[in-house]
Every structure is written in structure tokens, then in C-alpha cells.
Design a binder for this molecule. Structure first.
Ligand code: CUA
Length: 156
């Protein structure tokens, strides 16, 4: 057998092993960690965003003794609401979507980092452990006013 064939076979084997590892990682993320694409409950008609709950009432809503939902609508080039006030130590779930084009939702100094896609609802739960101010920024280029698109989160 020529040397080329031997190398070729080992590369093929390596390819198969990598494929199995990647499929395994995908299955693990999907089944064990529960990470998947949004289901039907995560879809929304962006044309009727302003009338569709929960986006008909953007803002901070208390859902439990120490739990809050923060509903945010994103437009070119603003967040509604632009200023969000939250108590320190509360479990906060951000629920956001876009009315028009793809926007970003990134809270400076935290791991909150979402993409807002028209027609899809993005969620992220977080607890602010210290009081302070955080900038909310759009980190997906969305047009001429992209650099002006920001909000503020005040933890008190
Ligand atoms: Cu919105 Cu960039």
C-alpha cells in the first residue's frame, strides 16, 4: 500500500471521529442542557408587535416575590423602554424582540448577550448582584443610526 493511501485513510478516520464528536456535542447541548431553537411559543408576528402580549406592555413586571420580567421592544434605532430600573438581587428575565431588522441586546459588564430577530422572541435570565448602572447596547449593525441605539439599566 502506498504511503499516500495510508495518510488518506487516517485523515478519513479522523474526519469520522470528529463528526461523531460534533454530533455528540450537539445532542448533549440539545437533550442534556436543553438548548434549542425557539419553538412555536417563541414566535411572534412583528407586524402586530404593539398589540401582542407581552409586548403590548413593555417595561418591568413583577412575576414573583423576587422575580421580574423585563419586556423590551427594539426598533431602528431605539429600545422601548430605554431606561430600566431593577432591584438588586432579583431574578430578572429579559424578554425582547425586534419590530423591524436584526438588533443586538448586550448589557455591558454582564453575560446578557442576545440577538433580536423580527418574528422571534429572545429570553435571558440574569441576577444583578450589585447596584450600579449598565449600558444596554445594540451590537448588531442595524443601519445608519446603529451607534445611537442604546439604553440604560439601573440596579438599585
Ligand atoms: Cu440596532 Cu444596531
Amino acid at each position: 500500500m502506498s504511503k499516500v493511501l495510508v495518510y488518506e485513510k487516517s485523515f478519513l478516520r479522523l474526519g469520522i471521529v470528529l463528526l461523531i464528536l460534533c454530533l455528540g456535542a450537539l445532542l448533549y447541548a440539545n437533550i442534556a442542557m436543553g438548548i434549542h431553537l425557539p419553538g412555536r411559543g417563541g414566535l411572534i408576528d412583528p407586524e402586530h408587535l404593539e398589540e401582542t402580549p407581552p409586548f403590548n406592555e413593555p417595561g418591568v413586571h413583577q412575576t414573583g416575590p423576587n422575580q421580574y420580567d423585563v419586556v423590551v421592544r427594539a426598533y431602528a434605532f431605539l429600545f422601548v423602554p430605554a431606561e430600566i430600573r431593577l432591584p438588586v438581587g432579583a431574578e430578572v428575565t429579559f424578554i425582547a424582540t425586534s419590530r423591524d431588522v436584526i438588533h443586538g441586546f448586550n448589557v455591558e459588564g454582564t453575560r446578557i448577550n442576545m440577538m433580536l430577530i423580527p418574528g422571534q422572541i429572545s429570553r435571558n435570565t440574569y441576577t444583578f448582584t450589585e447596584p450600579g448602572e449598565h449600558l444596554l447596547i445594540c451590537h448588531e449593525y442595524c443601519g445608519i443610526g446603529h451607534h445611537l441605539m442604546h439604553g440604560k439599566i439601573i440596579v438599585e
